[in-house]
Design a protein around this ligand. Structure first.
Ligand code: SF4
Length: 349
């Protein structure tokens, strides 16, 4: 896949853009002022594979709490600021790795300058985050509606403000809840800037719908080589955001490690309860860290063929199944013992 070349920017102990890996982000939904709850959530997210965390900073207490939070976590923290430059300055002093703030919303140029200079002094980047709900009035009037061109113009306006202050450690996101608008917006902006892009579909919805919308939006762009970091926004458990994000990266080939799981959709040839078996296998593999491909197939027709591609697999029969290991049948097992036997073989790999 030809990944678009972007500027590489430092973010705490890692990089975003350029040849660095595509990172998965999430955002805490705890009260940032509650240090313990926020730290606990971030540590769980780290375990799930979250690379970068963002925290809302609604007031000065939250901005100050960031200092204690950062001491206890291991991934870069991005302070999410709306409007108040003082919160941005305090967050920088608290040691954040990046700011998410739109300079055009801070107020006077003097205030923007203070934030940009403080960020520059500490070598921290600024993410400009435009979304369909935050378009400036004049841009909205010009285009008469929210559209990709309007979103891009808004993002570029913020970018140009920072550039006029000689600030170039910029990351951009243009999120829309409309997937086609989101895709078009990122395509457009990637043609005119080489700053790293943070991809996401905003207000994507609950786990089911949000996963679909995010997979289509983020996945399409990644497959075109656009995007340097991603966030799946879900109305639900933040851990799912990271799980889905990582699965998207796996699906487009940006994450090679871990379990690749394939299972057939079942059909009139299926003679075992494959849906239940596949569900159990997937659940038991959730914590498996081996780099393997596991196939759970309903029958012998396509089963062995698909399973041959896998490191290990099942092909169902009538009330029983064959276990394949790297193309060879190694066992014939009763249906009720298939999951257990498969897991035993996986452990040996
Ligand atoms: Fe049907 Fe067999 Fe294909 Fe599964 S692998 S969908 S059971 S033909």
């Amino acid at each position: 896949m030809n990944r678009k070349s972007t500027k590489k920017i430092k973010l705490g102990n890692m990089y975003v853009g350029g040849d660095s890996k595509i990172s998965v982000q999430s955002m805490t939904n705890t009260d940032t002022r509650d240090v313990e709850a926020t730290v606990n959530q971030i540590l769980s997210l780290e375990k799930a594979g979250c690379d970068i965390i963002r925290c809302a900073v609604p007031d000065m207490t939250a901005a100050e709490a960031l200092r204690d939070i950062i001491k206890q976590i291991h991934i870069p923290l991005v302070a999410d600021i709306h409007f108040d430059y003082k919160l941005a300055i305090q967050s920088i002093e608290s040691g954040v790795s990046a700011l998410r703030i739109n300079p055009g919303n801070i107020g006077s140029l003097e205030r923007i300058k203070m934030v940009a200079e403080a960020a520059k002094d500490k070598g921290i980047p600024i993410r400009i985050g435009v979304n369909s709900g935050s378009l400036e009035k004049d841009i909205l009037e010009k285009y008469t509606k929210v559209c990709p061109e309007a979103l891009v113009e808004s993002a570029l306006r913020h970018v140009r403000i920072l550039e006029s202050l000689n600030f170039y450690d910029i990351c951009i996101s243009i999120k829309s809840s409309d997937v086609t608008d989101m895709i078009k917006s990122y395509r457009l902006i990637s043609e005119v800037v080489d700053y790293p892009l943070h991809l996401g579909v905003t207000e994507a919805g609950t786990l089911w719908r949000g996963t679909i919308k995010s997979s289509v939006g983020i996945g399409t762009l990644l497959a075109e080589g656009i995007g340097d970091t991603i966030r799946v926004s879900l109305t639900g458990d933040v851990l799912d955001e990271v799980k889905v994000g990582r699965e998207i990266l796996k699906a487009v080939g940006y994450i090679e490690e871990g379990v690749k799981f394939v299972s057939c959709p079942t059909c009139g040839r299926t003679e075992i309860n494959l849906i239940k078996i596949a569900g159990e296998v997937e659940k038991r593999l959730a914590k498996c860290e081996k780099n393997i491909k596991v196939a759970v197939m309903g029958c012998i027709v396509n089963g062995p063929g698909e399973a041959r591609e896998a490191d290990i697999g099942i092909a169902g029969g009538k009330g029983e199944g064959l276990i394949f290991k790297r193309g060879q049948v190694i066992n014939k097992v009763k249906e009720e013992n298939l999951v257990e036997e498969l897991m035993r073989e996986i452990e040996k790999l």
